[in-house]
Design a protein around this ligand. Structure first.
Ligand SMILES: [Zn+2]
Length: 166
């Protein structure tokens, strides 16, 4: 399957915020506040249910299932992030914001983006027919600490959302 990756507001360094960006940032901040208040009020998730949720989530997909993106955030910082390679853009649904790793703004709305490339090469059995290459060591898992932290944040957000349903 080929995905046509989109880009917005390139070059990222010259991007000027729009009225819509300011509005989206305000909305994201309000939602974040509301969720934080809900989570603070909610009783802790029972141990058994927590275990079940973690089972359902399973292990995260391997690195080659991710596409790497360069993002410009509302605060003006340019950061990189990985998204599942099946997404044509990095700001779909609940993933339209990110905690800025440079200034700490949370949430910071994604205002512009450009695709960089796959996070890792797929394993040989997943590759389409290609000219054979000289054997080399398989790529190491290139997910950075920041990426793993982001996964962790996403997991926590899902757990928080489940808690508010109890
Ligand atoms: Zn920032």
């Amino acid at each position: 399957m080929r995905v046509e990756y989109l880009r917005r507001g390139v070059p990222l360094a010259d991007y000027q915020l729009t009225k819509a960006d300011h509005r989206r940032q305000q909305e994201a901040a309000e939602i974040h506040e509301r969720v934080q208040r809900q989570v603070a009020k909610a009783p802790p998730l029972p141990e058994a249910r927590l275990k079940r949720v973690l089972e359902l989530l399973g292990s995260p997909p391997p690195a080659w299932e991710y596409q790497q993106w360069r993002l410009r955030l509302y605060c003006g910082h340019i950061v990189e992030a990985a998204r599942l390679r099946t997404s044509p853009r990095p700001d779909e649904g609940a993933r339209n914001t990110k905690t800025c790793s440079q200034c700490g703004l949370n949430p910071s709305v994604i205002v512009a983006f450009e695709p960089l490339g796959p996070l890792a090469d797929p394993p040989p059995e997943k590759r389409s027919r290609q000219p054979s290459r000289s054997p080399r060591k398989p790529p190491a898992d290139r997910r950075s600490r920041a990426e793993l932290a982001a996964e962790n944040d996403a997991l926590r957000a899902e757990l928080a959302a489940l808690r508010t349903q109890t």
